[in-house]
Structure formats: structure tokens, C-alpha cells
Design a protein around this ligand. Structure first.
Ligand SMILES: C[S@@+](CC[C@H](N)C(=O)[O-])C[C@H]1O[C@@H](n2cnc3c(N)ncnc32)[C@H](O)[C@@H]1O
Length: 361
């Protein structure tokens, strides 16, 4: 059968068909909600409701300096999606405490706006990925709109705040002690430097060099380090992962970037060459199992979506274009490491969103 032929009629279960249609209606609502959450975040709607005071559309408009026609429709959409509650007796809407934490508190481990922001930015660029899927071309990380870069920083920083210093680094053999004493660290593919700055704040005797091929990200990372007061021990360089600066590092880190690289094996060889003999390579990747069927769950769904629209095109845009995929899984990551000459590979920690690998020569 060619792609244009219509398949022969197949028996249809009408209940299953309608079940699928209503599931799809829910998903269209959820798709639009991505933009509505970004709207609530950027216009300050959620923050204005964070104290739990029941609010009318007019009051929300007044408090945020926005137009009531928009707060009225936005609140109704949020109520239909169970982001806020609605009391028909008073015509007031309330942001529950849990939603307030997840949508307004950057210190909460459940802080979500960055996740929506990167999804919103990603779907806005999807038309170009459609063209690339026909031709087999890629689309570089640096070519995306700022919501992709800023959303990525905000989304991942939440996880690093929650786990990096207290769980992931202590899970690596001997690494936390070295960092306490004073270690040399390279953070490769560091983006806006959220992980680099966090580590520098936690380990004042250590020095850090962050690198990324995207000059715009490095400019922001430098500003973040200066704002955090760690600019004296943290430098940032524009460099590809296959040629990042420095030698004899005690720790080399890659946070959520290995699968984005065109040439992860080339980058792994560079890590091997730049690592001290007793050094550690820390690779944090999205949570995934090795088989597709291991990842057919809500987290896997989100990550396969990002993989199709963001990470796989990013890898394909570069030399080699290995396109590991966002959900590469431990076995493929281990293959990358062993091909580059590493001999020890261990899953050191896991969260519902992250696999944390300890890799050593
Ligand atoms: C998903 S982002 C993660 C950024 C950062 N590590 C974080 O956790 O917020 C992937 C990063 O890999 C960088 N990147 C992609 N290809 C690269 C390459 N060949 N060399 C260096 N960095 C690269 C991108 O510019 C981007 O900053």
C-alpha cells in the first residue's frame, strides 16, 4: 500500500471511538493550557492569587493591571482544568495551596512554570521541525526562541535545587569530599549555568569552568555567576563538547545535554582526555528505561515529545548526528562511554525525571 491509498474498511467499536474523541478533546484543552499557564506566569495571575484569597475576574484584573475580559476567560479555563476552584455562589475563584506552590514558588521542588515555558517555546518552532522531518535535516538548539532556553533553565534548575547537592553528588564515590577540599570541575553543555552556579555556591574551595556551544547561553551564564557572587571561581567559555577547555579535571558534568550532542562519543573521548586519572564523569539524563515499552508513561510521553521536536533535531543539526534521543536509556549511554574508553559505569541515583550516571576511566 502506498501512503496515499485508503486502507480497507476495519470494524469500528463506536464506544472506543467516542472514548478516544473525548480523550483528544481533553488533550486539546491541555495543549492550549500550556499557553494559558505561561500567560498566568508572565502576567502575574498566579502570584496575585497565591495567598488563597477568593478572587473575581475584576479583582484579578485590577491587581495585575490587566484587562478583565481576559482574566474572566482565563479563570474559567483554569477552573475547567482544575488549576483553580470556582464557587458559583460568590463568582469567585481560588488557587489551591498545592497549585500555588507548584506555580508560584521557585523554591518548591514541584515548581512547574519552566516546564510549560519550554513546552510552549518548543511547539512554537514545530513548523520548522516538520520541514526537517521531510528532509532529514536538523535544527540547532541555538536557533530556538528564548522560551526554549529560559524555560529549560527554569525547569532544570528546580531539579538541581532539589537533588544535585544533597543527593546526586554524594551518590558519587569520593566526589563530595574532593569538592569540599577543592576540586577542578568542568560543566559541559551548561546552558545558562544553573548547575554550575549551584555547585560553586555549595563548594567554595572548588573552581568551575562551564562551557556551551551557544554564545547567547554563555553570556547569560556569566551574568548568573556574577549575580550569585561566584564569578571569581566560575568561568564560562563558548566551546563545543568535543573541545571544551581544561585538563586534569576531578569532575566533569553533563546535565541533560549528552543526548542533544551530534557527536556524544567524540564528546566522551574529550571527557576521557580532560579527566584526571581518578576523576569522575557525571552524566544526568532524562529518566528512561532501555526499551520503548519502559517509557510508555506520562514522563516518557513528555520526553518523547521533546525528543521529536527539540533534542533529536538538535543532534541531527551537528556533525555525526548520532541522535541518541531524549529517552536513550542506560544501555545506550553506557555504549557511548565504553566506546570512548571508559570502563566503569553505574546508575548512581534516580528520580522520576532523571537518571544519574557515574562514569569512570
Ligand atoms: C537541554 S539543554 C541543557 C542545558 C543545561 N545543562 C541545563 O541543565 O540547564 C542542552 C544544552 O546543550 C548545549 N549543546 C548542544 N550541543 C552542544 C555541543 N555540541 N557542544 C556544547 N554544547 C552543546 C545546548 O546549547 C544547551 O545549552
Amino acid at each position: 500500500m502506498t501512503a496515499t491509498e485508503i486502507p480497507t474498511a476495519r470494524a469500528i467499536d463506536p464506544d472506543k471511538l467516542m472514548g478516544f474523541v473525548f480523550k483528544a478533546v481533553g488533550e486539546v484543552g491541555a495543549t492550549l493550557n500550556t499557553a494559558l499557564v505561561v500567560m498566568g506566569d508572565q502576567l502575574g495571575y498566579y502570584r496575585a492569587m497565591a495567598d488563597g484569597t477568593p478572587t473575581t475576574p475584576a479583582e484579578l484584573a485590577e491587581r495585575t493591571g490587566t484587562d478583565e475580559h481576559y482574566t474572566r476567560e482565563w479563570l474559567a479555563a483554569q477552573a475547567a482544568g482544575e488549576y483553580v476552584t470556582y464557587d458559583p455562589a460568590t463568582g469567585r475563584y481560588t488557587l489551591p495551596a498545592e497549585q500555588a506552590a507548584a506555580l508560584t514558588d521557585p523554591a518548591s521542588p514541584a515548581y512547574l512554570p519552566g516546564f510549560f515555558q519550554i513546552a510552549h517555546g518548543t511547539t512554537r518552532d514545530a513548523h520548522e521541525v516538520l520541514a526537517a522531518a521531510r528532509s532529514g535535516d536538523g535544527r540547532g538548539w541555538h536557533t530556538h526562541n528564548a522560551d526554549v532556553h529560559d524555560g529549560c533553565e527554569r525547569f532544570f534548575r528546580t531539579m538541581y535545587n532539589a537533588h544535585l547537592i544533597g543527593e546526586w553528588l554524594p551518590a558519587l564515590e569520593g566526589v563530595a569530599a574532593k569538592l569540599e577540599r577543592g576540586a577542578r570541575v568542568a560543566d559541559v553543555g551548561c546552558g545558562h549555568g544553573a548547575s554550575t552556579v549551584l555547585m560553586a555556591q555549595a563548594f567554595p574551595r572548588s573552581t568551575f569552568v562551564g562551557s556551551d556551544y551557544h554564545a547567547g547561553s554563555i553570556e547569560i551564564a556569566r551574568a548568573r555567576a556574577a549575580e550569585a557572587g561566584v564569578g571569581d571561581r566560575v568561568t564560562f567559555e563558548v566551546a563545543p563538547a568535543t573541545g571544551f577547555p581544561g585538563r586534569d579535571h576531578d569532575l566533569i558534568t553533563m546535565f541533560d545535554c549528552l543526548h542533544d550532542l551530534g557527536d556524544p562519543v567524540g564528546a566522551a573521548r574529550q571527557v576521557r582526555a580532560a579527566l584526571a586519572d581518578d576523576g569522575t564523569w557525571l552524566v544526568v539524563e532524562p529518566q528512561a528505561g532501555d526499551r520503548v515499552e519502559d517509557n510508555l508513561n506520562p514522563v516518557g510521553r513528555a520526553y518523547y515529545g521533546f525528543s521529536t521536536l527539540l533534542c533529536t533535531p538538535a543532534s541531527l543539526s551537528q556533525d555525526v548526528g548520532l541522535a541518541l534521543g531524549t529517552q536513550a536509556g542506560p544501555a545506550r549511554i553506557r555504549d557511548v562511554a565504553t566506546t570512548a574508553g571508559f570502563t566503569r559505569f553505574r546508575t548512581a541515583a534516580q528520580t522520576p525525571f532523571n537518571n544519574v550516571f557515574e562514569i569512570r576511566p
